[in-house]
Design a protein around this ligand. Structure first.
Ligand SMILES: C[S@@+](CC[C@H](N)C(=O)[O-])C[C@H]1O[C@@H](n2cnc3c(N)ncnc32)[C@H](O)[C@@H]1O
Length: 339
């Protein structure tokens, strides 16, 4: 398929990624990292027909990914959950997707990650802010699949600064002892390795409002892509799972965030997007080619960007009103007003 645009390390391809992948040699890609269109769950009386439709649709991509990935390769899929319309329960489609990819196509689930978007608004409003019977859904699952149980990977690429508590322990010393849980914490725990191993939670808000991409769209009268992920999401996996010069594919490229990350990290990349308007807008990410490389998005010294979660239900000593015995089915008068 013809390139829409070429950069030093990569290419944007306008078209269907199934066609593009069919043109690639088997075992030629190190990492597929992507955020596919999410399953839209429409109202049906019973069951989850739509999630099966979604999984069936995705299967063809799954087979193509398996064919083009190298034995040490990985497939990373950022996917949001969905609510069943009209009732406060969740679709199972993203779990079914993971099961299909492993059971039917032969991928391994190397690890599941959660992208926590601290700026996520409370929704669906009806369940969360009006009837108050569910909490804010603020994470996407990011499935990390691998071709074999031993994909190329190193967490040393994605270290984070020590927490204050850990810095205190390192400073004041730690006495090795058996924990109440039975864990034997050895004195090695107190070795200062300079940085800490991150958890499987990627905490990054999706609040881009003044990026070059957005200004480019405005200047050219283009609509920015409505479902972009922050660059830190693909960047985490590109760093952890590939070396410079390796090849990375985003088959549902949208605004080509993955391409921009790979260009900066010197990975060979291809971003395939089916919609012409999104590809036109994505060009804004590569307009400044030849200029000095942009700084890395995160570095060990950037300590202004950490997020803290309160202790669960830190305010729970308030007066307890009886729970709605009907599970919130009947909308109460005054629901949604401040309590
Ligand atoms: C959730 S968006 C990806 C957004 C992207 N991660 C970003 O940050 O800009 C999914 C994209 O996949 C594209 N898409 C859907 N089917 C496709 C296909 N068969 N081939 C290529 N792109 C496809 C859609 O047009 C949409 O832009």
């Amino acid at each position: 398929m013809p390139n829409y645009h070429r950069t030093r390390f990569g290419r944007i391809v306008l078209g269907d990624s199934l066609d593009y992948m069919a043109s690639l040699r088997p075992e030629s890609v190190d990492l597929v990292v992507t955020s596919p269109p999410f399953g839209l769950v429409r109202k049906k009386d019973y069951g989850n027909v739509e999630s099966h439709e979604y999984v069936d649709w995705f299967k063809q991509f799954g087979h193509a990914f398996r064919r083009i990935l190298k034995p040490g390769g990985s497939l990373v899929v950022d996917i949001g959950g969905a609510w069943i319309p009209g009732q406060p329960t969740r679709s199972l489609y993203h779990f079914e997707l993971a099961i299909m990819l492993c059971r039917e196509i032969g991928f391994y689930l190397a690890q599941e990650f959660f992208w926590w978007n601290p700026s996520k608004l409370p929704s669906p409003a009806e369940w969360v802010t009006v009837r108050r019977i569910r909490v804010k859904d603020a994470v996407n699952v990011v499935w990390w699949f691998s071709v074999t149980p031993w994909p190329k990977a190193s967490n040393t690429r994605v270290l984070t600064p020590y927490s204050e508590a850990m810095r205190g322990l390192l400073k004041n010393g730690y006495r090795a002892k058996l924990r109440p849980s039975g864990h034997d914490i050895s004195s090695k725990f107190a070795w200062d390795n300079g940085a800490s191993i991150p958890p499987n939670i990627i905490a990054v808000p999706n609040t881009e409002s003044n990026s070059y991409y957005l200004r480019y769209c405005e200047r050219h009268g283009l609509k920015p892509h409505p479902a972009r992920f922050p660059a830190a999401v693909p960047e985490f996996f590109v760093r952890m799972l590939t070396d410079a010069g390796d090849s990375v594919l985003d088959p549902f490229a949208g605004s080509c965030v993955t391409g921009e990350v790979c260009e900066r990290l010197r990975r060979k990349w291809a971003c395939v997007e089916i919609r012409d308007d999104y590809v036109q807008a994505a060009m804004g990410r590569f307009e400044r080619e030849g200029q000095p490389e942009q700084a890395a998005l995160f570095s060990a010294s950037s300590n202004g960007s950490s997020y803290r979660l309160h202790h669960p239900a830190a305010l729970w000593n308030g007066p307890e009103k009886p729970l709605p015995a009907d599970g919130g089915r009947k909308r109460r008068v005054g629901a949604g007003r401040p309590i």
